[in-house]
Design a protein around this ligand. Structure first.
Ligand SMILES: [Fe+2]
Length: 311
């Protein structure tokens, strides 16, 4: 495996201080524009920008040869790149965000103790209250798992990331949305349609669904304004349990757990026959809400993007 980890992303918003408070609230570690799970600090960077947008993403590969392979792959598509600080960098020629690939050690976040559950025939927790009931503090999110972006040209954008070394896990709508991975996660990047390039959502992994549900519930109870977007549910594509909400900058973020994991690329068979009407969630809401494709600030994003293009 050449690419192996989504190292992080940088997002730009008009009021970055609001996100500092938000990430502290949901239990991420860090401060002043650099946040992450305790094991992987700094995965999320926040800068000021005239409108809400994805600024960049960082991906890890194993070796120098992987960098050369990524470099020649995108070069064949006419994408110019440069070497900087031991990595490969380029600007997405269609969507404008920056991409950096760099060699790094493989690794995962440290496992936390599994919560002991009772089920028929296996009564594993006896004479003790459930951990969730007695834990002092909710377990925090562990890491950034994936980014979903909207692009005006998804069919032309996806090949750039495939040439970079991303592997395809599943395909929807003849390639209008392609779930890709740069790690064993079912997806780290999904390119979906958008009026202009924008951040559709970003996703933070939790230990389990109890953590997802408790963290989401606390967040929603703590805010009077309506920040619920979708969930809870379980995606057919990727298998992850999810809950989507709005952060104070208007980004949709997802808490998720139990995503499909692909260690042996040969054994995974991507599907391209998903029924759009019935692939959002096995339980809960049947369809993906329109807000993902038309968020409340979409007009401001389009105006900001067009102004930047003109300038
Ligand atoms: Fe997601």
């Amino acid at each position: 495996m050449a690419l192996h980890t989504l190292l992080g992303m940088e997002i730009g918003v008009p009021e970055p201080e609001g996100l500092d408070a938000f990430y502290a609230e949901i239990g991420l570690s860090g401060g002043k524009g650099a946040w992450g799970g305790e094991d992987w600090p700094g995965q999320i960077r926040v800068v000021e920008a005239p409108y809400r947008q994805l600024m960049s993403m960082r991906i890890a590969c194993e070796t120098e040869e992987d960098l050369a392979s990524a470099e020649s792959g995108i070069s064949e598509l006419g994408v110019a790149s440069r070497r900087a600080d031991g990595g490969l960098e380029f600007e997405d020629p269609i969507n404008g965000w920056r991409v950096r690939v760099e060699p790094a050690e493989k690794g995962d976040v440290a496992p936390q103790p599994e919560r002991v559950r009772n089920r028929p025939g296996v009564r594993a927790r006896t004479d003790a209250r459930a951990e969730l009931i007695v834990e002092q503090n909710p377990r925090p999110p562990r890491r950034l798992g994936h980014i979903v972006v909207g692009s005006p040209k998804p069919l032309e954008t996806t090949p750039i990331y495939r040439a970079l070394g991303f592997r395809v896990s599943d395909v929807v709508g003849g390639g209008i949305a392609t779930f890709m991975r740069c790690s064993p996660d079912h997806h780290n990047l999904l390119i979906a349609p958008g009026r202009v390039p924008y951040l559709n959502h970003y996703a933070l992994e939790h230990d389990d669904f109890d953590s997802v549900a408790r963290a989401a519930t606390l967040y929603l109870r703590n805010h009077e304004d309506d920040r619920q977007v979708a969930g809870p549910g379980r995606h057919q594509i990727g298998g992850n349990e999810f809950w989507y909400m709005l952060d104070p900058s208007g980004n949709i973020f997802e808490f998720f757990s139990d995503m499909d994991r692909i260690e042996d690329d040969e054994s995974w068979k991507p599907r391209d026959d998903w029924d759009l009407e019935d692939s959002w969630s096995l339980w809960g809401e049947k369809r993906q809400p329109e807000i993902f494709f038309n968020p409340p600030d979409m007009d401001a994003i389009v105006a900001g993007y067009e102004k930047a293009q003109a300038g």
